[in-house]
Ligand binder design. Structure first.
Ligand code: TYD
Ligand code: MG
Length: 467
């Protein structure tokens, strides 16, 4: 009989190594390697002698296509994110920090689907049935016909689900608590997580049920262990937000059946998660337009325009190396904008601490935020308040020129809807068209600096600022 080879798997990233190492070569994590059985059983199969392959027909790209049928939950923000509802037979991985509201969101989705007459099964590996019931009761969902169980054995779960009518939706909360007899290692290890996910994916494909796997994330935002699962599932969705704010953002990281740049916005209330239909109003709530250092950025999240306030604080440093701190934006992008302001607009920021914050806890990924960040920085440095009722967007190049961005029209329409009157934007291709706002086109970052400084000087002349 062939000797079973042991290997070592990194519990952080899933990398496999033949010998034990103190540090994982793939992700650099220390003390994360642990011994695993043969993970795939490929060795054992090879030892039995591989079977001869069968010939299958190859096909062209053109052909009959049907768009997959969808199951709408009726929770608009969730349906938008999945691309119009769950696809039967697909598997979705929902990642998020503990306590962010994954279980709450899923029990709400389960209840709405069950109320529509779908068979919905919720398997909790973390909480007892009574705890899940208690939460449902608090959310006013106790009457909906969701089928519950607290189980962790994948074989038992699949066998149970095979009984009776095929469910439309199965929620597994969470994949880290599941274990399968098919692999020999302790629950919670990468091998177990992968093995369990494989079995559940196979179940989804054969039964046509949509399966949602909940995955915990580590402190650096990675879905722990199940990073290996990300490749296997059809969609990866992350649920973000921070403890200090009530709203939560659902973001599609990968989606085989829909867009990946969409977000869904929810608010955590006493009665569970409620949808936020107008996120811009939420992000701009409590804005202090009269203080210097705040610029409103007209951004896009997927197909939806979102307005947020970018706040900057520029102050002389007491340290040898000035501090640069960013919340909600890419620190490398801030360094670039600061360097461009110094090199192309002649600002002196080398002796200043710089703090940049995206208000409300949203994370911006767009380069279009460059101009708003630059405006906030210049405003804070000069003490000149930016014109209220003005939004900013545009990408700043290393040369200092301001480059056009996509969806200028949508951004401005959203700003107009929220009562803004003007926009500072790159010279646009559609200049002739009628715009909902009065547009000041800004071709170079030096123009922006000069305009803000001039406005500041004028306001000082026309009347002293309140002290
Ligand atoms: P939960 O869904 O258990 O988080 P996860 O499954 O991601 O770990 O959410 C737990 C948090 O949500 C908890 O801190 C309390 C809060 N919460 C509310 O504020 N309102 C509610 O109606 C519910 C059910 C939870
Ligand atoms: Mg939970």
């Amino acid at each position: 009989m062939a000797k079973t080879r042991t290997s070592f798997a990194c519990q952080n990233c899933g990398a496999i190594s033949q010998k034990w190492q103190g540090k994982c070569d793939a992700c650099g994590e220390w003390n994360s390697m642990s011994e695993e059985g043969n993970p795939t059983g490929i060795g054992a199969q090879a030892a039995r002698g591989a079977r001869k392959g069968r010939v299958f027909p190859l096909q062209g790209l053109a052909g009959e296509n049907q768009s997959p049928p969808r199951i709408m939950t009726g929770i608009g923000e969730l349906d938008r994110l999945t691309g119009g509802g769950f696809v039967p037979g697909s598997v979705l991985l929902l990642g998020g920090e503990p306590g962010i509201g994954k279980s709450t969101l899923l029990i709400q989705a389960c209840a709405t689907l069950a109320n529509q007459g779908h068979r919905v099964v919720y398997i909790s590996g973390e909480e007892a049935v009574a705890q899940v019931r208690l939460r449902a009761e608090r959310l006013g969902l106790a009457k909906s016909p969701v089928e519950l169980a607290a189980e962790t054995s994948v074989e038992d779960i699949v066998t149970t689900l095979m009984q009776g009518r095929a469910p439309s939706l199965v929620v597994i909360d969470s994949i880290q608590t599941m274990w399968t007899e098919m692999v020999e290692s302790t629950p919670g290890t990468v091998t177990q997580v992968r093995g369990s996910a494989q079995a559940l994916i196979r179940y989804a494909k054969t039964s046509g049920a949509t399966v949602i796997l909940v995955g915990h994330v580590t402190k650096d935002g990675q879905i722990a262990g199940p990073r290996v699962v990300e490749h296997m599932v059809d969609a990866v969705v992350s649920f973000e937000g921070d403890g200090g704010h009530h709203f939560r953002i659902l973001r599609a990281v990968k989606n085989r059946f829909g867009p990946t740049d969409e977000i869904g916005v929810f608010e955590m209330t006493g009665g569970g998660l409620s949808e936020v239909a107008n996120p811009s109003a939420l992000f701009l709530a409590g804005r202090d337009a009269a203080s210097p250092g705040a610029a409103v950025f007209a951004g896009m999240e997927g197909t939806r325009p979102v307005l947020v306030e970018v706040q900057a604080l520029v102050a002389p440093t007491a340290l040898g190396t000035p501090r640069r701190a960013v919340v909600g934006w890419d620190p490398a992008r801030l360094s670039m904008v600061v360097a461009v302001l110094e090199a192309q607009a002649g600002l002196r920021l080398g002796q200043h601490d710089i703090y940049l914050n995206v208000a409300g806890g949203l994370r911006i990924n767009e380069p279009a935020a460059d101009l708003a960040a630059a405006a906030a920085l210049v405003s804070s440095l000069t003490g000149a308040q930016l014109p209220p009722e003005t939004v900013y967007f545009g990408e700043v190049a290393l040369s200092g020129s301001v480059r056009p961005v996509v969806h200028a029209g949508l951004r401005m329409k959203e700003a107009a809807k929220l009562g803004f009157r003007a926009a500072v934007a790159p010279p646009s291709q559609q200049e002739g068209e009628k715009m909902p706002l009065s547009v000041t086109s800004c071709a170079h970052i030096a123009t922006l600096v000069a305009d803000i400084a001039a406005a500041g000087a004028q306001s000082k002349r026309s009347g002293p600022r309140a002290v």
